[in-house]
Design a protein around this ligand. Structure first.
Ligand code: HMH
Length: 209
């Protein structure tokens, strides 16, 4: 018998990797209000660049998905439309130039993501769930954040987003259940890659540019 891979199993199998993806001094300093403004601006600019590529990843996921998954994914794409506009507002408030170049860490994550788009749908669904869960948990775990960071914590920590991530988990589990052991192992590898990339992404705020 093939042991069945689920999202819950992945979190149980790699607790340290997942902790490092979701607990980081960057987030603790946002919570405390002690993050340096230039560090926050680095994260904000790079995350906008990430989200533009993530939009393509999500659209590719939709293109590979069964029709029964369309509702959840179309909801996600609609939310991203709002999110991209919101990022531009947040950047304008801070006089940030969003045309700047991606840093190496952002570039690597975006390239990996593009490579996942040509893998089986179950792998894409697992990656999508992990990417969104990292932000959902990451922005929630430090506890109530001070202004202006509370707005960022609210965006990815709000109950509606938590519910969206649960629906993504259900769809990933369903697609993994119908997958071969080879595809399940691919999904496991991609989960680990997401966790490592998320950790590196938080760290980027502290890299001098
Ligand atoms: C790096 N991971 C990163 N940025 C994001 N905005 C998300 C996940 C959630 O969409």
């Amino acid at each position: 018998d093939i042991p069945m891979l689920t999202c819950a199993t992945l979190l149980e199998t790699y607790p340290d990797l997942w902790r490092d993806a979701t607990r980081h001094p960057f987030l603790d300093r946002c919570q405390a209000g002690t993050i340096e403004p230039h560090q926050f601006k680095t994260w904000l600019t790079q995350d906008y660049l990430f989200v533009t590529e993530f939009t393509r990843f999500l659209a590719n996921g939709l293109a590979a998905a069964p029709v029964s998954h369309f509702d959840v994914l179309l909801g996600g794409l609609n939310a991203i439309r709002d999110e991209l506009a919101w990022f531009r507002d947040k950047a304008a408030e801070r006089d940030l130039n969003l045309d700047s170049l991606p840093q190496a860490t952002c570039e690597t994550y975006c390239q990996l993501m593009a490579s996942w788009s040509v893998q089986p749908y179950a792998v894409q669904a697992t990656a999508l769930w992990a990417i969104e869960l990292a932000y959902n948990q990451g922005w929630q775990l430090p506890g109530a954040m001070v202004s202006p960071y509370d707005e960022f914590a609210e965006r990815w920590g709000n109950p509606g987003f938590t519910d969206y991530v649960k629906q993504l988990e259900k769809q990933a589990d369903e697609s993994l259940a119908g997958s071969s052991e080879i595809v399940q192992r691919q999904a496991e590898v991609v989960f680990q890659e997401v966790a490592r990339q998320e950790q590196a992404f938080w760290q980027m705020a502290f890299v001098p540019t």
